[in-house]
Design a protein around this ligand. Structure first.
Ligand code: PGA
Length: 258
């Protein structure tokens, strides 16, 4: 069986490198206690300011070959006068192998449209990194399937089937993300229904073959209490963990469910 992906999206946390290092050290000790039997690949996505240091830590000790570095965003141009932005070549130099793109906090809080997500997605591929592409409906209403279909179509527009096969998709219903008022996790059953639908759109529109389908993860209020319910499903290739990934005890508890 393929290893499951566990993506730790630290968002704008923690506040200091000392705290970040504590989380990584704690997880490293846990990996050491597992010996050879790891059923997961870890991708840590710290804030930009910790990428360089985190990258060094991930190359040492029990992390080596088990844990990878990811960024939380990218700019779509590789060079230019773009104040405040970070380019693909810069991320490459820091050792980032994955980049989250289209996270709902950027789509909805910062107004990033599908077209922008699409340009960023192409920049990640152009710079030989793996996009972790977030998609998900904002509300679960009668139209949510149409919304999701259109979002997937616009997000992946212009990509070849091969390029889409290189991506990881994170299905994250926005209403399930812990930072939203009243958030509650989706159920594995309904997440699988949406994941099926996403795969059908990719197969229908891009003629993707079953063997070339991207991995699809679930994200949204994943904790140690429900991680096993999602991870245990063969249709779900992993989880994207936000809030719980910066709580070292909770994150290791999540890993212990796999
Ligand atoms: P959450 O965040 O696990 O805190 O709900 C997930 C995400 O926003 O990616």
């Amino acid at each position: 069986m393929d290893k499951k992906y566990i993506v730790a999206n630290w968002k704008m946390n923690p506040q200091t490198w000392a705290e970040a290092e504590q989380i990584l050290d704690f997880v490293d000790d846990y990996l050491g206690s597992l010996g050879e039997s790891k059923e997961f690949s870890l991708i840590f996505c710290p804030p930009f300011v910790f990428l360089e240091e985190a990258g060094k830590v991930l190359k040492t000790s029990h992390f080596e070959h088990e844990a990878f570095l990811g960024a939380q965003d990218i700019f779509w141009e590789d060079t230019g006068a773009d104040t405040g932005e970070i380019s693909g070549p810069m991320l490459n130099k820091l050792g980032a192998e994955y980049v989250i793109v289209g996270h709902s906090e950027r789509r909805w809080k910062l107004g990033e449209p599908d077209e922008t997500v699409n340009k960023k997605l192409k920049a990640i591929l152009r710079n030989a990194m793996v996009p972790i592409v977030c998609v998900g409906e904002r509300v679960r209403d009668g139209n949510f399937k149409e919304f999701l279909k259109e979002q997937v179509e616009k997000t992946f527009a212009g990509l070849t089937p091969d390029d889409i096969g290189k991506c990881i998709i994170a299905y994250e219903p926005v209403w399930a993300i812990s930072s939203n008022p009243g958030a509650r996790p989706d159920t594995p059953e309904s997440a699988i229904e949406s994941i099926h639908m996403i795969r059908e759109v990719l197969i229908g529109n891009w003629k993707l073959e079953i063997g070339n389908l991207p991995k699809v993860l679930y994200g949204g209020s994943v904790t140690s209490k429900n991680a096993a319910d999602f991870i245990g499903q063969k249709e779900i290739d992993g989880i994207l963990v936000g809030g719980a990934s910066v709580n070292k005890d909770e994150f290791v508890k999540i890993l212990s469910q796999i």
